[in-house]
Design a binder for this molecule. Structure first.
Ligand SMILES: Nc1ncnc2c1ncn2[C@@H]1O[C@H](COP(=O)(O)OP(=O)(O)OP(=O)(O)O)[C@@H](O)[C@H]1O
Length: 272
């Protein structure tokens, strides 16, 4: 089976500042692939390249078996949805209409939504817990509510591949779990491939099939969570003390940041 995404030798720069250096990886169809890394390591840049919003300086990107370059906008939107990190604030639209926009790449010439389109929008709003906000205006929502509406819109798009840049950053813990469980369900039931960026290593450890760690524009480790979330790798990337042990929930790593007051600087050991 073709990989859902194949990135080969991608480098990127803003003006003359290099931000990604020869990055290569593949994402299998139906897997949950989570990108982690310190601030400024190039995660959003890589997501924008995969979403076709930014051109790499060099390298090749294939999406669902085709060169990314060969897709038209609408064509790509039928197969891939992208939820950006910063969702726009100033939309005067109502929540229901915003979610329905997810159907636009699938609509015919006159752009009329069918009953099925409305049913999909209702379902997506239910899934993300925004159904009660359906008639509210987007600019009257909280940050987390707005983020959930954008996730609902992406689900409503019925993509084969969904890219989410820090989808849980503004969400409370219950909605974080709900969004991650939903992505897992979409993957299990519909073989949808999920690629996301997260700063939450514990959520990533619990949900990812594959993790990729970026550091200063380079991939320094990738693979199952147990291979990437090791003390040595994380310390090299983040440069701060972290404890890594096993999650009480199962055979996946648990990462605990260690406040300075627990460290004896002279001995470089933990005070327990
Ligand atoms: N539009 C831009 N113009 C110039 N430099 C940019 C632009 N966007 C990002 N950068 C720079 O590129 C580098 C990578 O940024 P990017 O947003 O990809 O990082 P990130 O890993 O997603 O960070 P974060 O975890 O903070 O969201 C950073 O040094 C950033 O300052």
């Amino acid at each position: 089976m073709n990989p859902a995404v194949s990135v080969a030798g991608v480098s990127a720069a803003y003006a003359d500042q290099a931000v990604l250096e020869d990055v290569s990886f593949e994402v299998k169809t139906g897997e949950c692939f989570i990108l982690i890394g310190p601030n400024g390591s190039g995660k959003t840049t890589l997501m924008k390249i995969m979403a076709g919003l930014l051109k790499p300086v060099s390298g090749r990107v294939q999406i669902l078996g085709r060169r990314l370059k060969s897709y038209g906008r609408r064509d790509l939107a039928r197969r891939m949805a992208f939820v950006p990190q910063q969702v726009p604030m100033d939309f005067p639209f109502r929540v229901r209409d915003m979610v329905l926009f997810g159907r636009s790449p699938h609509l015919g010439t006159f752009g009329l939504e069918s009953e099925r389109d409305h049913a999909l929008a209702d379902q997506a709003m239910d899934f993300t817990g925004v159904a009660r906000l359906a008639d509210r205006r987007m600019d009257q929502l909280s940050g987390g509510e707005r983020q959930r509406v954008f996730i609902a819109r992406a689900i409503c798009q019925e993509p084969e591949l969904i890219l989410l840049d820090e989808p849980t950053a503004a969400l409370d813990i219950s909605h974080q779990l709900r969004v991650m469980d939903l992505m897992e369900k979409m993957r299990n039931e519909k073989s949808i491939t999920v690629i996301m960026v997260s700063h939450d290593m514990n959520l990533a450890a619990m949900y990812a099939d594959t993790l990729m760690l970026l550091h200063q524009g380079e991939m320094i480790q990738w693979g199952p969570p147990g291979r990437v979330l090791t003390y040595e790798t994380l310390e090299a990337a983040y440069g701060c003390p972290l404890l890594v042990d096993q999650s009480p929930l199962g055979p996946m790593p648990r990462v605990t940041p260690v406040p300075g007051r627990y460290i004896r600087e002279d001995l470089k050991t933990l005070i327990s």
